[in-house]
Design a protein around this ligand. Structure first.
Ligand code: 4IP
Length: 121
């Protein structure tokens, strides 16, 4: 990513929120892996073209997410998948540590959503 920071750890983000660059596989066209800026707040995971974009490409509702697990996808390191009834997303972060942070936080939110419903911090 050149000089770009791969994560935003600044304190303006609420506890339990996270943002950073993840690389994701295309939906129908599997060869295209695009690096996108992901923002996780409460139950919403949004991805943007880059950190400066104002409109998200897509908003994912974790209330619909069935699973978040590490996986091996071909030659890509640090991969994980997010399973929705309508699509499985394949993603990876720049490092193993960042991937693990995303997985841990998303899994925590999925657990909270399953227990308490929508009010996920
Ligand atoms: C695109 O490939 C990008 O990977 C898109 O990702 C992806 O949309 C498209 O999936 C895929 O065809 P090209 O840029 O080579 O056309 P992004 O939206 O991050 O740019 P998704 O749905 O993954 O966001 P399909 O399903 O539209 O083919």
């Amino acid at each position: 990513f050149g000089r770009l920071k791969t994560q935003d750890d600044s304190p303006h983000l609420a506890i339990g929120s996270k943002s950073g660059y993840l690389t994701k596989q295309g939906g129908k066209i599997k060869q295209t892996w695009k690096t996108r800026w992901f923002v996780l707040v409460k139950n919403e995971l949004k991805y943007y073209r880059d950190q400066s974009a104002s409109e998200p490409i897509r908003v994912l509702d974790l209330a619909e997410c069935q699973e978040c697990t590490p996986e091996t996808c071909g030659d890509k390191d640090n991969c994980f998948r997010l399973i929705f009834p309508w699509r499985t997303f394949h993603l990876y972060a720049a490092t193993d540590e960042e991937t693990n942070d995303w997985i841990k936080l998303i899994q925590w939110k999925l657990k909270r959503l399953a227990q308490d419903g929508m009010d996920v911090r």
